[in-house]
Design a protein around this ligand. Structure first.
Ligand SMILES: Cc1cc2nc3c(=O)[nH]c(=O)nc-3n(C[C@H](O)[C@H](O)[C@H](O)COP(=O)(O)OP(=O)(O)OC[C@H]3O[C@@H](n4cnc5c(N)ncnc54)[C@H](O)[C@@H]3O)c2cc1C
Length: 401
């Protein structure tokens, strides 16, 4: 699957941070993590911390899948609003899922501190504004639901939003204290480097073609014919999990992102805030450390790569117009634009757990606009399961729910 178009900003900016060998011998470990994106890196890091001999294997270069295309906004607010999620899965699990996402931001901060290096992690607020007047009542309900369940939120009127953030044409919105942004590409590299120094084996450019569970563990075979024997397999294969699981668990879409030229003064008011709105598809934005505005949106309900990438110029036009209306004072000029595959589930929650057709394996598949926060939650879940414990979110995130 072609997960993204060429030229995502993070790849251009960071280049090839580290490179790893392909697997050229047979090995035996406790845990194999398939996929060295942000999810696989975090899971492998935790497995090493928990004392398991671990190998991560990726068919591409490390972090060259969706992780190089993400806009890396870290939000506890998932694509399905809390009051709606309560209606879908019940109050207890819905609030627990939102809380876990909120906690995951602090957990990721700890990971960043532990692994060191500049991962671009910055605590930020998050502004969720009503794009249309008709959205205000629903957004007010959401504000009440979040407030009632103890999330630190304030309602801002449209003039207050304009004054504080320079955003025009809004209809009010929720300002949340919890949020952050990161450079997921760098973070994945730093996490893997840190874990490698503690015994993690990393192999890239190694395609896994066969996974055979047996009574005494699982044997994995690579395209070049080498085998990996292990106790457990953790699939962190992102949207390419459809190669193994089919399409029942996720709808694949296309999404678009672009980043402006460097303009720190013009985006000063947005420096500490993530912004997204209630439009469908929604528009979202954040700043980067070097003073650019990073904007995403324009989702399309198909995932065919040639069709997706063919629309980049059109989407840039569309998103630039939207930014022009919202931020009339900001002279947005696009420097890089790209497209990526994206996955969504009806309840906005990830699929993390066992799959009935794949014994001896766990899957950590973070879908929706919160893929990265879900990956952080996945660390705790996998850690609990490998230690023989249950996890409170395993029912809410299970396959086939
Ligand atoms: C434009 C865009 C904007 C986004 N914005 C956000 C955002 O703001 N916040 C957020 O949280 N999320 C966002 N996301 C989603 C986020 O990017 C993903 O959730 C995240 O990158 C997934 O990481 P991953 O490690 O699971 O997948 P990937 O980075 O795709 O890694 C999976 C890896 O598995 C490897 N693999 C697959 N099959 C095999 C195999 N058989 N053998 C060996 N290796 C294999 C692949 O090569 C790949 O490197 C966005 C996505 C896009 C495209």
């Amino acid at each position: 699957m072609k997960l993204r178009s060429n030229e995502p900003y993070w790849l251009v900016r960071n280049g090839l941070l580290h490179t790893y060998p392909s697997l050229q011998q047979d090995i035996e470990v406790d845990v194999v993590v398939i996929g060295a994106g942000i999810t696989g890196s975090l899971i492998a890091h935790r497995c090493v911390q928990d004392g398991f001999s671990t190998a991560v294997i990726d068919r591409r270069e490390v972090a060259h899948g969706s992780t190089s295309a993400t806009t890396s906004m870290l939000q506890y607010e998932i694509d399905v609003q809390l009051h709606e999620l309560i209606g879908l899965i019940g109050e207890g699990p819905a609030v627990a899922a939102y809380r876990a996402c909120a906690d995951s931001i602090g957990q990721l901060e700890t990971v960043c501190r532990t692994v060191g290096g500049d991962t671009g992690f910055r605590r930020k607020r998050s502004l969720y504004f009503a794009a249309w007047k008709k959205d205000v009542d629903k957004l007010r309900n959401e504000y009440e639901a979040r407030r009632q369940h103890g999330f630190p939120v304030r309602w801002l009127t449209a003039p207050a939003i304009a004054r504080r953030f320079g955003l025009e044409s809004t209809h009010g919105g929720i300002l949340s204290d919890i949020g952050a942004s990161v450079d997921a590409f760098r973070l994945a590299h730093h996490v893997l480097q840190h874990a490698t120094r503690r015994g993690l084996q990393v192999y890239d450019k190694t395609n896994i073609v066969r996974i055979a569970p047996g009574r005494k563990g699982t044997t994995i075979t690579t395209e070049e014919g080498h085998t990996v024997r292990c106790g457990k397999v953790v699939h962190c294969t992102g949207f390419e999990s459809t190669e193994v699981l089919g399409h029942d668990h996720v709808d694949l879409l296309s999404t678009y992102a672009m980043v402006s030229e460097v303009m720190p003064a013009a985006v000063r008011k947005l420096k500490d805030t993530l912004v997204w709105n209630t439009a469908d598809p929604y528009l979202y934005m954040r700043t980067t450390d070097d003073g650019r505005l990073l904007v995403g949106g324009g989702d399309e309900e198909f995932a065919r790569a040639d069709r997706r990438d063919g629309l980049i110029a059109h989407k840039v036009d569309l998103l630039e117009k939207q930014i022009g209306r919202l931020l009339p004072e900001v002279p947005f000029r696009t420097d890089f634009a790209w497209a990526g595959t994206f996955g969504s589930t009806p309840d906005g929650l990830p699929c993390i757990g066992r799959h009935p057709q794949h014994p001896g394996a766990y899957f950590v598949l973070g879908f929706g606009g919160n893929g990265i926060t879900f990956s952080v939650i996945g660390m705790d879940m996998v850690s609990a399961w490998l230690a023989g414990r249950k996890h409170p979110l395993e029912q809410a995130f299970r396959f086939g729910r």
